[in-house]
Design a protein. Sequence first.
Length: 369
Amino acid sequence: MTSDEQRMAQLLHAARDTLKPGDPVVPPIVPAAAFHLPGDPSAAPFVYGRYANPTWEALEHALGILEDAPVVTFPSGMAAIAAVLFSNAQKGRKVLVPADGYHATRALARQYLAPMGIAVVERPVARFGDGGFEGFGLVLMETPSNPGLDLCDIAAIARDAKAKGAVVVADNTTMTALAQRPLDLGCDLVLSAATKAVNGHSDVLLGYVASRDAARINVLKDWRRLSGAIPSPFDAFLVHRGLETLELRLARATSNAAALAKRFAGHPKLLGLRYPGLPPDPAHALAQRQMQSYGFMLTMTFADGNAAERFISACRLVQASTSFGGVRTSAERRSRWKDAVPDGFVRVSAGIEPEAPLLDAFAEALEQV
Ligand SMILES: *Cc1c(COP(=O)(O)O)cnc(C)c1O
């Protein structure tokens, strides 16, 4: 039995020990702004809707089992990233972000931290440790990078950056805690856009941060309470429901991604295909060391943008959309967002369709390119 299996089993029964006869077995949605609060307010677990909410707490408890660490939820992945950046960036010390990671992370740092006098440095994920960490107060890595699927060595970066006094954070959205465990590899904080695979149904935005350091968790809770970046109880309920099937969905999506990569690597219509689980992939050796599984995303590079668009519209089992980690296989040409990739570069997020029809649909569509 793996520890992931143990964690998922425990997560599904997380409420068991606290239920009283007649309680609902799922967390109730509590949309209250105000709670009954006579007399001494410190006697009440809930006082006001911006401070704490029972539905967020149920989700945070379940996510905490998954992460093996206390969790603070936010209304989107970017709200989680903003909380981490603004509550940890230090005056006079640099912030390091990926040059080829999620675009909004570096845009947020550039547009709002840099004018406050905090130098923002960007490095490509594949060479994230080059140049060392002297003078950095905050290091935010993302591996595999979105969308290029380059990797960096989480344990080595956490060790070296912490030795220089930096707070070390990993954005684990592309993997989830079932496939990669940055806190176990030495990071101070891990964050995730649960919008993607954790919720998994493309119907809600939510983000969270986890840490095993109680002081860091308190700083994030203060940030949430004071900035007002709180998740909706309705959204927290939906993510809790999505989370309960994460392990099943991730297993299918991961095996689909691996099957697509294996079958279509070297296809004559493709200039390239990347998947960290393929032995010839430049990231494979590191992937084997630091990932529990190789994820649900792959990239395919077509001769040009038109060929890529022809594939996306021809494939019956591909949903053309941005975002990833949903139940439907989805794909998009990333240069339409000005990512630094070739025009024919397509990011594919494998869904949970049965494998054989998915492979057939890809094979057919590739013939039509
Ligand atoms: C989508 C994403 C985010 C942002 O999440 P939102 O919920 O859209 O705000 C952050 N990081 C990565 C790697 C993402 O893919």
